[in-house]
Design a protein around this ligand. Structure first.
Ligand code: ADP
Ligand code: MG
Length: 333
């Protein structure tokens, strides 16, 4: 785990020397937008997004500058399932990374439209735009031999066993919520579109970037990019975006009010304000499940270690107090 924490320093990224107090990178959870147990209709997802967009609009009208990113686990899984169903009906299948790009557009436009509308209602109209972004990964990374990232809906163990036997996929039990397919989740190394992101921010345009961690790509020695079938953790991509853009706060919004130690045991305890040293120790002890809370805590640790002012992990409903570090798991320097 220690080596995982230190990995950020091997990334070719500029340090966050003068973090901007008013700039917040907000990472919205895919599982908080399409909740387990919900059917996941357009109306349900849009409704979940609208509630968050209203809070984000309040932050913006209060003078905060936001960069938004989001997860796509449940959504990309659904799109991939649709591809499989289409394939059985004779339609060609798209690769997983193209499904990821489809999910960037799908979730991006919902956030873009909802936030545009909420900003008008708040009397603070702004331009909001979604960038379909790529994320450079190392195809030699050991992440490819050990898939950890859950995607798609939750299934019974029997359904998971069938998919593993028939399709050679890897499936794992996910935090007591059911079985899900898991895919490789390599580290984000760089963002080919970073100059576009910076240019839009400089013009005060609100950008939705690197959805689902961005479309994973490998780069040849000549600089040619090619898609890779994997899903980058959006929390780690959000941390890297926050670091490059010099944001002061990393706000990770998910479907739980904060990280817990001894999760799902009688000794379970919510972590509130916590020092970097303490949370690193909890992380090392293995309290946070890889592929769900693990990458959020790791992103928060890296962000504050790299010079960020504050990282917060809380629920989507708590966006406003969360941005001020008043609720959730709060790590400051
Ligand atoms: P998102 O879509 O927001 O990235 P994830 O499902 O990836 O959401 O991560 C949030 C989930 O992490 C929670 O719903 C919870 O089930 C799980 N989890 C795993 N370990 C912990 C922990 N130690 N404390 C709190 N939640 C945890
Ligand atoms: Mg996640």
């Amino acid at each position: 785990m220690q080596s995982q924490i230190e990995k950020s320093s091997s990334m070719q990224l500029e340090p966050n020397k003068h973090p901007d107090r008013d700039m917040i990178v907000v990472a919205l959870g895919g599982n908080a937008i399409l909740k387990p147990g919900e059917n996941g209709t357009f109306a349900e997802q849009m409704d979940n997004i609208r509630h968050t967009a209203a809070q984000l609009a309040t932050l913006i009208s209060n003078g905060k500058r936001l960069i938004i990113t989001h997860g796509n686990g449940p959504q990309v899984g659904r799109i991939f399932q649709q591809q499989e169903l289409g394939f059985r009906a004779g339609l060609p299948e798209m690769p997983l990374y193209i499904c990821g790009a489809m999910s960037q557009a799908q979730i991006g436009i919902m956030i873009q439209q909802a936030l545009h509308n909420e900003l008008i209602l708040a009397g603070c109209p702004r331009t909001v735009v979604t960038l379909i972004c790529q994320t450079l990964v190392d195809p030699q990374s050991k992440a490819f031999s050990d898939p950890t990232k859950p995607i798609g809906s939750f299934y019974s163990e029997a359904a998971a066993q069938k998919a593993m036997a028939e399709k050679g996929e890897t499936w794992k039990e996910d935090s007591g919520r059911g079985w899900r397919r898991v895919v490789p989740s390599p580290e984000p190394l760089a963002f080919p579109e970073i100059e576009a992101i910076k240019a839009l921010i400089a013009r005060d345009i609100i950008v939705i970037v690197s959805g689902g961690g961005g479309t994973p790509v490998a780069r040849s020695s000549r600089g040619i990019l090619a898609g890779v079938d994997a899903v980058v953790e959006k929390d780690l991509a959000a941390q890297a975006v926050a670091r490059i853009t010099g944001a002061g706060t990393l706000l990770i919004l998910t479907d739980v009010t904060g990280a817990r130690i001894n999760y799902r045991t009688p000794e379970e305890q919510m972590i509130g304000r916590v020092s970097l040293k303490e949370i690193k120790e909890y992380h090392r002890q293995g309290h946070f499940i890889p592929g769900s809370m693990g990458p959020k805590v790791l992103a928060a640790i890296r962000f504050v270690e790299d010079g960020g002012n504050m990282a917060v992990i809380t629920s989507l409903e708590n966006a406003l107090p969360g941005a001020e570090g008043k609720v959730g798991t709060v790590i400051t320097r």
